[in-house]
Design a protein around this ligand. Structure first.
Ligand code: ATP
Length: 522
C-alpha cells in the first residue's frame, strides 16, 4: 500500500488535501492523472447506465437540501456510529472497529493533590502486553493524570490495585493501552447553515449520500422521462460524512463521490432485480479492470442490514489492507418513497396502466464509491516486474500500472525518437494533433526513449507511438495542414507502436492509428 501511495504522489494521481498546511484528515485532491482516471471511470459508469440502456435516466441533484429531507429519510435521527475516545490522545474510534487486544489489565489507583490542596483518588485502567512490568502501565496513567490537569508534583502515588489477564478485549486504545471512554452516538452528517444567520432554522447538512434527491424528485422525473416500471434514476456526485477515523488512504474519506442508481420496480420483484444488478455490477467491475475473482460477494446477514433493507449484497475487493466494501446493492423496499410521501404530504405513488392500480414503487439500489473504485483499480493495476531494458538489455525493475485502456488516464504517449530532429518532432506533433480530438494523448520528447517508456508505464498509458528514422524513410507524401504542420498521409508511413503490458513493438501505418486506438480505448 505504501508503494501505491508513494506512486500516486510521485506521478500526480492523488495528493493530500491542503498539504502545505499540514493536510486535512479525510480529504484528498486528485492530481492531473488522478483527475483523468476518475473522470474516465465516472464517464464509463454514466455511459453504462444512461447510454447503453434505455430504462435508466440521468440526474444531477443539489448537495444542499431542505433539512426536512434528512428528517424524513431517518438520517437526522439514525445516521450515526457509536464512537469512543481515548482520554489521553483524544483520538476517536468507531466502537465497532476497535482492534481486539490481549494482555494484562492493571486497575490503577492514584492519590493526587487538587488545586485546593485536598488529596483525592483517581482510578484508571491500562492494558499492557503480557509480561510487561506494571511500571509501563503506571507511565500511561501518569500521562492520563497530566491530561486531567495534575502537575507532576501533584501526583503523590500510583499503584496497581488489581491485575488480570484479558483476551480480545475492545475496551482499550491499541496505540497506548489506555482505557477508552464510554461509547457516544455520533451523527456522521456534516452540519452547515444556509443564509446569513446561524440559527436552528438555518441548519442543514451536506448530503451523506446522493440517493435522497432521486427519491424526492421521483414524481418529477417520472413525468418527464415517460418511463414505466421498472426504470432507474442514476446520479454521480459528492457525498460527505464526518467519519470518526478516516483511514486507508482514500478508502474512508470525509468527502467522497458516489455513483448511485435507484432502480424502481414493481412490488414483489425485488429479489429478482437484486440478482440481476449483482451480475450487472460484477460485469461492470470486470470491464474497468477488477476481475470477478477479486470481488467477494457478501450476502449481508439480516442482523447487519439497514433496518429498511430486504436484502443486501456487498461487493468487496481484496485491498492490501483487507477485504473491504466497494459497493452495496440493497433492496430498500418502498421505505424511502413511503417516508417522503408521509413527511411531505405529497403523493409519490405510481399509476400502473396495465393493472389500473396505484402503489408505491420499490427500489433496488446499487451504490458504489468512485474513490474506492479508483483505489481498487490502482491496487489491481500496480505491478513491479523484472524486465530487460528495451535499449540496453540489462535487467531492471519496471513499475507498471496495467489499467484497461478505456480507463487509462492517457491513452497514448507520442514520442519523436530524437528531440533535435525537426523532421521527427514535427511529424510527432502532427500525429498528436490528429489524435487529440479523439482521446487524451501526451507528447514527450525529453530523455531516452527507454526512459520515456518507463514513465508512461508508471502512468499506466497503454500505448507508445514512436516516430523514428524508419518513419521518415517511409514518408513519401506529406501535405501541409491549415496550421502549416506537415501531415503524413501515405499508407506506408509507419510508426513504432509499443504495447505497455507485453512491451512488444510493431509497426503501424500512421493513417491506421486513429481507428486502431479508438477500438482499443472505447
Ligand atoms: P462503510 O460500511 O464502509 O462505512 P457504508 O456501508 O456506510 O460503508 P454506503 O452507505 O452503502 O456505505 O455507501 C455506498 C458506497 O459509498 C460504499 O460502498 C462506498 O463505496 C462509498 N462510501 C461510503 N462511505 C465512504 C467513505 N467514507 N469514503 C469513501 N467512500 C465511501
Amino acid at each position: 500500500m505504501d508503494k501505491i501511495v508513494a506512486l500516486c504522489k510521485r506521478r500526480g494521481f492523488i495528493f493530500q488535501s491542503s498539504e502545505i498546511y499540514g493536510g486535512l484528515n479525510g480529504a484528498w485532491d486528485y492530481g492531473p492523472l488522478g483527475a483523468e482516471l476518475k473522470r474516465n471511470l465516472k464517464d464509463y459508469w454514466w455511459k453504462s447506465m444512461t447510454q447503453l440502456r434505455d430504462d435508466i435516466v440521468g440526474f444531477d441533484g443539489s448537495i444542499l437540501m431542505n433539512r426536512a429531507v434528512w428528517k424524513a429519510s431517518g438520517h437526522e435521527a439514525t445516521f450515526s456510529d457509536p464512537m469512543v475516545e481515548c482520554p489521553i490522545s483524544k483520538k476517536r474510534f468507531r466502537a465497532d472497529q476497535i482492534e481486539p487486544m490481549s494482555g494484562t489489565v492493571h486497575h490503577l489507583r492514584a492519590a493526587v493533590k487538587t488545586k485546593s490542596g485536598a488529596i483525592t483518588p483517581e482510578h484508571f485502567q491500562v492494558l499492557v502486553p503480557k509480561g510487561k512490568p506494571v511500571e509501563s502501565a503506571q507511565k500511561v496513567m501518569r500521562q492520563y493524570l497530566t491530561v486531567r490537569g495534575y502537575a507532576d508534583t501533584d501526583i503523590l502515588e500510583i499503584y496497581s490495585d488489581k491485575s488480570e489477564p484479558v483476551e480480545n478485549t475492545t475496551l482499550f486504545n491499541s496505540e497506548n493501552g489506555a482505557q477508552l471512554g464510554e461509547p457516544k452516538v455520533f451523527n456522521l452528517m456534516l452540519k452547515t447553515y444556509v443564509g446569513a444567520v446561524e440559527s436552528e432554522d438555518a441548519i442543514t447538512y451536506l448530503r451523506p449520500e446522493t440517493a435522497q434527491a432521486m427519491f424526492v424528485q421521483f414524481k418529477n422525473v417520472l413525468e418527464v422521462a415517460r418511463k414505466k416500471l421498472p426504470f432507474g434514476i442514476a446520479q454521480i456526485g459528492k457525498a460527505f460524512r464526518n467519519e470518526i477515523n478516516p483511514r486507508n488512504f482514500t478508502f474512508r474519506s470525509r468527502e467522497f463521490e458516489q455513483m448511485e442508481l435507484e432502480f424502481f420496480i414493481k412490488p414483489g420483484t425485488g429479489p429478482e432485480w437484486l440478482e440481476k444488478w449483482r451480475e450487472e455490477r460484477l460485469a461492470w467491475y470486470e470491464a474497468v479492470g477488477i476481475p470477478r475473482a477479486k470481488i467477494h460477494v457478501l450476502t449481508v446477514p439480516e442482523k447487519d442490514r439497514a433496518f429498511y433493507s430486504q436484502g443486501t449484497y456487498d461487493l468487496e475487493y481484496e485491498f492490501p489492507f483487507g477485504i473491504q466494501e466497494l459497493e452495496g446493492i440493497a433492496h430498500r423496499g418502498n421505505y424511502d418513497l413511503k417516508q417522503h410521501q408521509e413527511h411531505s404530504g405529497k403523493p409519490l405513488e405510481y399509476f400502473d396502466e396495465e393493472t389500473k392500480t396505484k402503489y408505491l414503487a420499490e427500489v433496488v439500489e446499487p451504490s458504489a464509491g468512485v474513490d474506492r473504485t479508483v483505489l481498487a483499480i490502482l491496487c489491481e493495476a500496480y505491478e513491479e516486474e523484472t524486465v530487460k531494458d528495451e535499449e540496453s538489455g540489462k535487467e531492471e525493475t519496471r513499475v507498471v500500472l496495467h489499467f484497461v485502456p478505456r480507463i487509462a488516464p492517457i491513452k497514448a504517449g507520442i514520442f519523436p525518437l530524437l528531440k533535435n530532429k525537426p523532421e521527427l518532432t514535427t511529424l510527432a506533433r502532427s500525429i498528436q494533433k490528429t489524435l487529440q480530438p479523439l482521446m487524451k494523448v501526451a507528447y514527450d520528447e525529453a530523455g531516452s526513449i527507454g526512459k520515456r517508456y518507463r514513465r508512461i508505464d508508471e502512468e499506466g498509458t497503454p500505448f507508445g507511438i514512436t516516430v523514428d528514422f524508419e518513419t521518415l524513410e517511409g514518408v513519401k507524401e506529406t501535405s501541409t495542414s491549415a496550421t502549416g504542420a506537415p501531415i503524413a498521409v501515405g499508407d506506408k508511413d509507419t510508426v513504432t507502436l509499443r504495447h505497455r503490458d507485453s512491451m512488444k513493438q510493431e509497426r503501424i501505418a500512421i493513417a491506421d492509428l486513429p481507428a486502431y486506438l479508438l477500438t482499443k480505448v472505447s
